[in-house]
Design a protein around this ligand. Sequence first.
Ligand code: PLP
Length: 283
Amino acid sequence: MNQAHNAPWPVVLTIAGFDPSGGAGVVADIKTFAAHHCYGVSAITALTVQNTLGVAAVYPVAPHILKESIESLFADGQVKALKIGMLGNAGAAEVVRDILDAHPGLPSVLDPVVRSSTEAELLDPAGLAFLREHLLSRVSVVTPNLAEAAALTELPVDNPESMKAAAHKLVERGARAVVVTGGHLDKAIDILFDGKDLETFAGDRIKPDNTHGTGCTFSSAVAANLALGRHLRESVVLAKAFVAEAIRNAFPAGPGRHPLHHFYRIAQIPRTSEHVPASEALP
Ligand code: PLP
């Protein structure tokens, strides 16, 4: 085995909501980290009640519990990158601001979750205002989709030109780097702007109905690649490719939206040993 195989997996922390169906939120994040050879730890902002058909309820976790959870994980001293997902309200966003201030050099990815694809509110208006005012400028990169870019900039964002305008406006508002993801366009175009260079990455739109948890997965894949020491541009390119394959292999886990297959690479390994029939594997 080579050195890379034996190297310890970097620890990546996700601060996000819990989706019990495993398609989005911390479960999707940790699967994504593992698929990138990163060890995931998590602090939960809210419990949601949801299945493939949508979000039925949201129960926020008290900010002091969130704060204690995060501080306890940081006390282990191993966190190499941070992913921030659903926050729910300004109380959680305030906790995150303080954590970012306490760890200024840590690579951090903010997925500014506002609503689910089924239109459930996942961030209240005060939380959105706080995120815009205090979190945008504190993270390494923010990864809004079209609707989130529109909510953050108050501009219509529905084509490549308006995506570029939104990316510029977010940088004007203090963001260090922005990826506007266009998975809902006919051609899945993403725009990366770091305040200097603007790049467009094109991709095919794949199974548009099978998109539960794509935003969570993309931002987590970027965080994992940053934790592995990759530059932002490479992290974004690799994350886009990972999400495309995970969508292509999505599971029919229920009658609604299909969760992505975060372990599509493992799926290439045979499920049972060729030498021991499954029926004989247990005593
Ligand atoms: N539930 C949680 C906890 C989430 O974080 C998100 C999105 O970030 C969703 C649900 C919504 O996922 P989708 O946009 O795929 O509906």
